[in-house]
Write a protein that binds this ligand. Sequence first.
Ligand code: NAP
Length: 507
Amino acid sequence: MSDETFTPHGKHLIAGEWVAGDATFRSEPASGEAFDYAVGTPDVIDRAAKAAEDAFWTYGYTTREERAAFLEAIADEIEARGPQITWIGTSESGLPAARLEGERGRTTGQLRLFASHIRKGDYLDRRHDEALPDRQPLPRPDLRMIQRPIGPVAVFGASNFPLAFSTAGGDTAAALAAGCPVIVKGHSAHPGTGEIVAEAIHVAIQKTGMPKGVFSLVQGGKRDVGQALVQHPLIKAVGFTGSLAGGRALFDLCAQRPEPIPFFGELGSVNPMFVLPAAAKARGAEIGKGWAGSLTMGAGQFCTNPGIAVIPKGAEGDAVVSAAKAALEGVGPQVMLTDGIADAYRKGKERFDGRNAVHPVHATEQEGRNASPNLYETDADAYLQDHALGEEVFGPLGLVVRVSGPDEMVSLAKGFEGQLTTTLHMDAGDADLARRLLPILERKAGRILANGFPTGVEVADAMVHGGPYPASTNFGATSVGTLSIRRFLRPVCYQNIPEGVLPDDIA
Ligand code: NAP
């Protein structure tokens, strides 16, 4: 074993203690050695939730500076374990080392961004209506409002971002910044990556003197562990990144609780891309080639993967499609995150193969855990009549929908379900059509781009990564960027509460 590797012990981290399980599951890495990990149980969840609630009475009332220092300590500890994180992350996920390294930078960057965000204090959204004792016919009381942390938060990460949307990812950073203890349900696709990142948080807790229950990691292995977590009465909200099926099942459980709680599910999306006529004419081949690159990046395993392109019929649109086809022909098989995801991709492709109104442009055979790109074509009528064509196929599969003119493009835009993103490829000559489309697209997606590709989500103040269902279960929220902290806060109004009794943050 070198400094760049480690042997996972396979335990849960419960309130500062590494805890073994009665049963274990074996990891299924894309390459390298498999290890055994404790199976999460409802009992372990109960221990973690009680410790999180206890910790809230301290952690929820720490100063913003104390929490900022804690977030920065987590970032430092992650960096200190960089080589080991990359080693286990590449083995478990099959993602290349450069991707894991980039994602690690994004993860530590997010933690530090939240540290500076809470130091500024704007997120508290402080409001004050001063008392009007002489107002007629009734006096007005003194009203002050700030955002307060809500209590213990459950976090579920996704397989495709083992760092940035996982153990110490955006949801965990936002909840900890808000003042909420976190219980992470480890993803069974990357339990070793989860363990070493949890170790980084564990050490940061010790170094900054935070209460031990502020963070727990419960490994997965069985579905009932996640279900027990979202149903635990001490959990006050859930941050989830993953599939529509998994997210919907857990969302329904949250709604059925005696005390329903918010479930912030960031789910899948097909991210429609509209190629407007003047843009197609001016640079169709460039757009087609760029689309193929975005579609196959990371084996197409991005929630922002642009799976559908709406393209005009005729020679200009043909240029987009043939450039995309040519570029895809040069992309070989890529390893998928898990056997299950590779299998789901194969089944998704078969859904397209079985439809008369859908024609293959570039069709490939799938083998084992590898996926090769596929491109299909249909028209607007067929698309609008077949709901299944709008469902996400997680992987490098694209669908071209050909339209006969601007009106059909507008009808198609109206027919899309909620999306994380939509994209307009447009030139100056397309401005009128873009103005018609924009009000429709605003109702469909959390982010609208012009002349770019949606893969690659900037972590920033103005970012919105969310959208109407089924892109997410809560279209008023974002899971990326500083605004995501609002999910774990609740406005409280203090009426006539004297100075000195009010929370410190109100000043
Ligand atoms: P997933 O299979 O839904 O898994 C996510 C987590 O939920 C895992 O911990 C999983 O447990 C758990 N889970 C799933 N179904 C469950 C159920 N019925 N009961 C209890 N727990 C359940 O998703 P994934 O394959 O990891 O991620 C790929 C998906 O995530 C794609 O659809 C992608 O588009 C989406 N995604 C969305 C975003 C976004 O920001 N919107 C970002 C990245 C990815 P196990 O560990 O037991 O599997």
